[in-house]
Design a protein around this ligand. Structure first.
Ligand SMILES: [Zn+2]
Length: 111
């Protein structure tokens, strides 16, 4: 229950809606109900895009991936390191970004 977009007001029945600018459609603001019934409000789920034409971004620098990207195929890392179900955090624009992301550093050997 409750809704982030409902603002207490002395108009209407006591609740105004930030999105429509009018009254909240519910006597008691309920964003889940609102998403279900009206398709509005903070609880509406963004439409799912299909995998193919999804825009990918480098998980390290955030750059938009254009033609190709680097993906770690190590199963252990895929399970233990990358957290996103759709592997969207396993996308890198360059090997450098991948290395940076995995904290790969060059360590000098002291002599
Ligand atoms: Zn990058």
């Amino acid at each position: 229950m409750g809704c982030k977009c409902a603002k207490p007001t002395d108009e209407f029945h006591g609740w105004a809606c930030e999105i429509t600018g009018g009254e909240c459609m519910f006597l008691l603001p309920d964003s889940k109900q609102c998403a279900k019934v009206y398709g509005e409000g903070p609880d509406v789920e963004p439409p799912k895009e299909c995998e193919g034409d999804q825009i990918k971004y480098c998980a390290n620098c955030g750059k938009e991936i254009e033609r190709s990207y680097f993906k770690c195929l190590d199963n252990f890392l895929q399970v233990k390191y990358f957290e996103a179900d759709d592997q969207s955090d396993n996308v890198f624009c360059s090997k450098d970004c991948f290395c940076e992301s995995l904290f790969l550093e060059e360590i000098d050997i002291e002599k």
